[in-house]
Design a protein around this ligand. Structure first.
Ligand code: GLU
Length: 545
């Protein structure tokens, strides 16, 4: 077979010599230990927690080593491409402070561009042409129907499915048959002529999983599709080589394709990057643990965290907790330090499934947000509300001073103990709502209607908005005792049967009357913020209800 001639027929025209690309994309002038890493998502419009999980690892490793992190868009599958997806990827990752140095729509050094695989078609074709010319790849004319019939027959015979060995029909076409098909204008793909043997095991050093055994590839995988665009497998090998990637941290779902990738690097004659396959994010579901699922778990999508208004640093802290086993301890000891100072290490990455627990994230989130100043909280909430808040919630930000006062109270700033009530921006809107309007009563009164009215009337009779906290409270105690409630908690505890309840039950009635809730920050301050008019109006409305 004249492979040279076949290559010319399949991919006619002049392509640059392969050495041209080696010179065009030279090894990077970086320090010896510098790592070049990347995130290489497909523009499907769905960017998920797994992407962020590996993005954080890749970003840390690159920047910690004085290297480079870039963004490549793997758009070889046009059917899955969604408009606006690249913007969505960029925005989602920017929210979590993933800093790319170069890449699609990033700016930065463009030596290794283009960053969209579809724009790199010529490079891939030049290498496919070379493989054909060297007898390492061949055209395949099998139709979709023939391939699915093959799959069915293989499944029936309990064989491994795919295009390999005796099943790789077009591998052994004669020169005549090939040219007859070409002359007849039959569409074709180009397949790798695998030299592997599935009986052979290879030992492989994975940067995360350690020494593992993989089966040699024997599949004649498609490298160039009939539209002249390569498959992901082929494109990624070319790109990781010419973008001079040194380390690929990616999800362990790619482990199954690793044998193909190893063979491609070898047949292309490239040194391959090191790979680390990161464990999947798992979720406890009753008794079992399963992978987070797009269909069942909204928290898999990164959009979820922005819509709910999670504090990005909290998500980052949680991801780092899951990524590096020693992060939690480091963070406990260094709560004030920038997260970038944590010495991230591939060796400390988990080998098997990381349990993702939204409750744990919520706790971290409350903690992180409780460290903000009221001004910082204001800025964070406003940014969220501008994008996701309802028309009513947007109005909360019209009077900055008022909201700052509210936030100081709700967060307990100034006091010794910070409150940890705010978990996400969305949830905080509910928490803050009663400062802006009297909402629905969320908690029911625990006293009967008459006692409630008596308490509210008695309070209104003594209420003076100029009272300081102490006077306010002593008046409340008077109201309590005048209505048969214990003014002192210890008296109530000593003889509960002698009272209708204690002063705290009286306070609860007032709390529900003014805010609709049984739990709020300091009620005296709440009333101060609401102002005398509003406080009285709300209490009056509750009498007789
Ligand atoms: N395009 C693949 C993805 O969507 C990238 C796999 C890899 O990192 O090699 O996840």
């Amino acid at each position: 077979m004249d492979c040279q001639k076949l290559a010319e027929r399949l991919l006619p025209g002049k392509y640059p010599a392969l050495s041209f690309y080696e010179e065009k994309y030279p090894p990077r002038a970086l320090g010896r230990d510098a790592e070049v890493t990347r995130l290489a998502p497909s523009p499907t419009g769905f960017i998920h927690l797994g992407n962020l999980f590996v993005a954080i690892a890749n970003e840390r490793i690159a920047h910690q080593s004085g290297g480079v992190m870039y963004l490549r868009i793997e758009d070889t599958d046009d059917k899955r491409r969604v408009d606006g997806a690249v913007e969505a990827v960029k925005n989602a990752l920017r929210y979590f402070s993933i800093r790319f140095d170069e890449g699609a729509e990033i700016g930065g050094d463009d030596t290794y561009a283009p960053w969209y695989q579809r724009q790199r078609a010529e490079i891939y074709r030049a290498f496919v042409k070379d493989l054909v010319a060297r007898g390492k790849a061949y055209p395949c004319f099998c139709t979709e129907e023939e391939l699915s019939a093959l799959r069915e027959a293989q499944t029936e015979a309990k064989k491994i499915t795919g295009y390999y060995g005796e099943y790789a029909r077009c591998r052994n076409l004669t020169e005549d048959e090939i040219y007859r098909n070409l002359d007849a204008g039959k569409p074709f793909v180009i397949r790798l002529k695998s030299e592997g043997n599935a009986e052979h095991k290879l030992s492989f050093r994975d940067e995360i999983k350690g020494d593992i055994t993989v089966t040699e590839n024997d599949q004649d995988v498609v490298i160039l599709k009939s539209d002249g665009i390569p498959t992901y497998h082929f494109a990624h090998a070319i790109d990781d080589h010419f973008m001079r990637t040194t380390l690929v941290i990616r999800g362990e779902e790619w482990l199954a394709s690793l044998p193909i990738h190893l063979e491609l690097f070898s047949v292309l004659g490239f040194d391959r990057p090191r790979y680390g396959h990161n464990c999947s994010l798992m979720k406890q579901d009753g008794e079992t643990r399963r992978k987070l699922s797009k269909r069942k778990d909204p928290e898999l999508s990164l959009e979820f965290y922005r819509q709910e208004g999670y504090f990005p640093r909290a998500v980052r802290v949680y991801m780092l907790t899951l990524l590096n086993s020693n992060f939690e301890e480091w963070y406990r000891k260094n709560p004030e330090k920038p997260l970038e100072e944590f010495p991230f290490s591939v060796r400390k990455m988990g080998k098997s499934g990381a349990l993702f627990d939204l409750d744990k994230l919520n706790d971290i989130s409350k903690n992180e947000l409780s460290c903000l100043s009221a001004e910082e909280m204001y800025a964070f909430l406003k940014e969220w509300a501008d994008e996701y808040g309802s028309a009513e919630e947007k109005k909360y930000f019209e009077n900055r001073d008022y909201l700052l006062k509210v936030l100081n109270l709700v967060m307990g700033t100034g006091g010794k103990k910070r409150r940890k009530d705010i978990m996400t921006a969305r949830q905080s809107m509910t928490l803050l709502s009663y400062f802006f309007r009297k909402g629905n009563r969320e908690d029911a009164y625990r006293t009967d209607a008459k006692t409630k009215d008596d308490i509210l009337n008695a309070f209104l009779n003594t209420y003076d908005c100029n009272d300081d906290a102490q006077v306010w409270f002593s008046k409340l105690k008077e109201v309590a005792s005048s209505l048969g409630f214990a003014a002192e908690m210890r008296d109530y505890k000593a003889d509960p049967g002698a009272y209708k309840g204690s002063v705290s039950d009286v306070a609860e009635v007032l709390r529900i009357a003014t805010t609709g809730r049984a739990n709020t920050p300091d009620l005296w301050t709440v009333m101060r913020i609401l102002g005398a008019e509003e406080t009285k109006k709300r209490i009056r409305e509750e009498i007789g209800t």
